[in-house]
Write a new protein. Structure first.
Ligand code: UDP
Length: 240
């Protein structure tokens, strides 16, 4: 069942259920589609961008990555079971895939980042097969699609930042020979060791966004959408 938060339908499940569902797709017979992890900023963009809204709602899995989405759903009277940060979801999925020797292709981020991430992921999850890497700065995606299809991975990580990755996955899903894709923003930077996640206490308090803002103050322009999101949720609740 999906829970609507300002036009975006979120899958209402625990983190374990999300990983099991994704793992089932990775082991399935044909392409299942893609997973997205929208935060309030993306929900806000979806309100005025129908194409993006369709891309997000058309995903196989829509997981709430962001404490704002959890509060939004609660204020609207339809609480979500759990916040599922994209990086935790994918780490657990890769751990599961490693046990059965499944393959993953790492696509996105600056040149060299996916390769460094591949090295660290191979060390962290022995058994995982890295079937290819490609950076996220391109003008023609034809050769990239050919490269991915030649590798035909079970899972494709698409780390182009939001909303580029959601639009890319929706547009190219039918051209790709992969079982599941997941749009995961800056996750490759974290796996490569170039970007540090917030300390666990901050994560537990739902303050990862504040930590990122302190580390990268230029994100303020993007985060300004958060109060707009909260206001829209409150208005919707008041109007019933
Ligand atoms: N990126 C990319 N191609 C682009 C723009 C961005 O591969 O054309 C990468 C960028 O290098 C970074 C990631 O996308 O690794 C975006 O990271 P961010 O933390 O900003 O992601 P978000 O907050 O959107 O999840």
């Amino acid at each position: 069942m999906r829970i609507d938060v300002l036009g975006v339908g979120f899958d209402n499940m625990t983190a374990d259920e999300a990983v099991s569902t994704a793992y089932g797709a990775v082991c399935g017979d044909g392409p299942a589609g893609y997973a997205v992890t929208p935060n309030p900023e993306i929900v806000w963009l979806c309100r005025s961008d129908e194409g993006l809204r369709d891309a997000v709602n058309g995903a196989f899995l829509v997981l709430p990555d962001g404490i704002g989405v959890i509060y939004g759903a609660r204020i609207l009277g339809t609480p979500l079971t759990a916040r599922i940060p994209g990086i935790d979801f994918i780490t657990a999925l890769l751990a599961r895939m490693a046990k059965t020797g499944k393959s993953v292709f790492l696509f996105g981020s600056k040149p060299g980042v996916a390769e460094a991430a591949a090295e660290n992921l191979s060390a962290a999850h022995p058994g995982i097969v890295i079937s290819g890497t490609c950076d996220g700065y391109f003008t023609d995606d034809g050769p990239i699609i050919e490269k991915i299809n030649a590798a035909s991975p079970d899972l494709l990580l698409v780390c182009l930042g939001a909303p580029k990755q959601e639009l890319w996955m929706a547009e190219n899903a039918s051209r790709l020979n992969v079982r599941l894709m997941a749009g995961l923003g800056g996750s490759l930077d974290v796996f490569a060791g170039n970007v540090k996640r917030a300390p666990e206490a901050w994560q537990r308090l739902g303050l990862e966004w504040l930590y990122r803002l302190i580390k990268e103050p230029r994100r303020i322009k993007r985060m300004i959408k958060l109060p707009l999101f909260v206001l829209a949720v409150i208005m919707k609740r008041i109007r019933g």
